[in-house]
Design a protein around this ligand. Structure first.
Ligand code: NAI
Ligand code: MG
Length: 495
């Protein structure tokens, strides 16, 4: 892989890296039905709308299955089932019994991890390595973690009674389909609520597999209902009068619509929206590690991550060196078939998302930034974008301010601590940030002053069910994960 050049420097031979023999995960280890109905009251029910829509594999545009499109009458049915299960069964059940069901769901997810990973990759386009090593294990871990809290709420909220809210309506996006379902369902069940969850239109399949797992776990009918559909289905859920709580992850635009729709109602609301994370490299950082972290932070999941490190700030004295290293590393990323275990960068989730990214690539060039992209070949079919970075970016440029949600990095520089704080915080968002430095004191100084819900130090994009996640400003409000993640699902009263 490495060859000695005449001038004695080692040069990576990227063609060799890219020419690794394919190591394809087998599609036959996953069962996808040609058609899925709505999961209501413990059963798969035909939609009253009588409508279905297709979900495709974004890496080759082949149809995988078709799923039901729930209309208002279908949403009403699902909410009714959830209400009835709440009143008659779930809120009355002993907490330790509730915990058993949640543990059971976690264990079945683990048993079916391989199949779920394949389906996640087929339906959403992310590399199998991501689904296999991150999404699916993290989803199981969330159920395990919250199962543990179910019968310990008196320790989570000492001297207080934690009362469930009732029925939770949950709306999730397409970038982490099963993991987002787990983030939302697990704490709701642990605190005694029932659920109607709507998956995203381009990635409904793992949520429907979760419905099958919930059946297998014998969860009482109606405690979790899983429906499919687009924005109108989501809006019908948000506007339903018998819902006590809405949890939403997605765009800031839709978050604002939901905030307006729930204002003045008694619905509790949590919103996890967009981001434009600043990844900050100081001159004293371990530069090779930092470069690897930056690559992981923006090209991981094709940059379609709300906490992606999409703005990179490099201290001026090391900027040239870091940019050179980044460009070299960009060349060695393997872009291609998401089912190949070698793949680093998979397909963009949808044509619509690809068009958004392409729009920003043009904007960046019009703004005078300098574009550099990997020279990799792209597959003929499907939705693909080369890993790209922009240098010569100004703080006010749209590519430095707006969420692109693609494998596109905007690189800026800074000189002093005060300058970087001002630049990093100059954003409508505040979800996450990263700091790379050798000095512990600098880490503490930065993490205190950065307006971001999560700040990673000398690492990036690390998640754990015990750690809360959520943002400031237009990144939304409320926290998911950890002890904090129980709060949005309870009303506290004095003992
Ligand atoms: P979106 O916000 O439209 O979709 C997210 C979910 O909300 C989907 O389940 C969708 O069906 C539902 N939805 C859409 N309109 C709704 C409404 N009026 N009421 C209730 N539910 C509704 O996001 P989209 O269009 O898929 O992506 C657009 C941009 O949003 C992306 O380019 C990205 O910048 C951002 N985004 C952020 C995510 C995050 O993790 N924070 C996830 C997905 C997208
Ligand atoms: Mg799909």
């Amino acid at each position: 892989m490495a060859t000695k050049k005449k001038n004695n420097t080692i040069k990576l031979n990227f063609d060799t890296v890219r020419n690794y023999a394919p190591a394809l995960e087998s599609k036959s280890a996953a069962t996808i039905k040609p058609q899925y109905d709505l999961f209501i009251n413990g059963k798969f029910e035909k939609p009253l709308s009588k409508k279905y829509f297709s979900t495709i594999n974004p890496s080759n545009e082949e149809k995988l299955s078709e799923v039901a499109e729930a209309n208002t009458a279908d949403v009403n049915r699902a909410v009714k089932a959830a209400r009835s299960a709440y009143e008659k069964v779930w809120k009355k059940m002993a907490a330790k019994e509730r915990a058993k069901y949640i543990f059971r769901i976690a264990r079945i997810i683990q048993e079916k991890a391989r199949e779920l990973s394949i389906i996640e990759t087929l339906d959403g386009g992310k590399p199998i390595r991501e689904s296999r090593d991150f999404d699916i294990p993290a989803a199981a871990n969330h159920f395990f973690y919250y199962a543990g809290w179910a019968d310990k709420l008196e320790y989570a909220f000492p001297n207080r009674n934690a009362n469930p809210l009732g029925v939770a309506g949950q709306i999730i996006p397409w970038n982490f389909p099963l993991l987002m379902a787990a983030w939302k369902i697990a704490p709701a069940l642990a605190t005694g609520n029932t659920v109607v969850l709507k998956s995203a239109e381009t990635t409904p399949l793992t949520a429907l597999k979760l419905a099958e797992i919930i059946q297998e776990a014998d969860l009482p009918a109606g405690v979790v209902n899983i429906i499919t559909g687009g924005g109108e289905t989501g809006a019908a859920l948000v506007n339903h009068t018998d819902i006590n709580k809405i949890a939403f992850t997605g765009s800031t635009e839709v978050g604002k619509i939901i905030q307006k729709a729930t204002a003045g109602t008694n619905k509790k609301l949590t919103l996890e929206l967009g981001g434009k994370a600043a990844n900050i490299i100081f001159e004293d950082a371990a530069l090779d590690e930092a470069v690897e972290g930056v690559i992981n932070g923006i090209y991981f999941n094709q940059g379609q991550v709300c906490c992606a490190g999409s703005r990179l700030y490099i201290q001026e004295s090391v900027a040239k060196e870091v940019i050179k290293k980044l460009k070299d590393r960009l060349e060695s990323l393997i872009v291609g078939d998401p089912l190949d275990k070698n793949t680093d960068v998979g397909a963009i989730n949808s044509r619509q998302q690809l068009e958004t990214i392409q729009k920003y690539l043009k904007i960046g060039q019009q703004e005078g930034a300098e574009k550099y992209e990997s020279s990799c070949a792209l597959p003929q079919k499907g939705f693909w974008c080369r890993p790209t970075l922009f240098t010569n970016v100004a703080q006010s440029n749209r590519i430095a301010q707006e969420e692109i949600f693609g494998p596109v990095l905007a690189i800026l520089t800074f000189r002093t601590d005060d300058e970087i704080i001002e630049k990093a915080n100059n954003s409508p968002y505040g979800l996450s940030a990263g700091v790379w430095t050798d000095k512990g004191s600098k880490i503490f100084n930065m993490t205190k002053r950065l307006k971001a819900g999560v700040v990673w130090a000398n690492t990036f994009n690390k998640f754990d069910p015990t750690a809360p996640f959520g943002g400031y400003k237009e990144s939304g409000y409320g926290r998911e994960g950890g002890l904090h993640g129980l709060m949005p699902y309870v009303n506290l009263s004095n003992k």
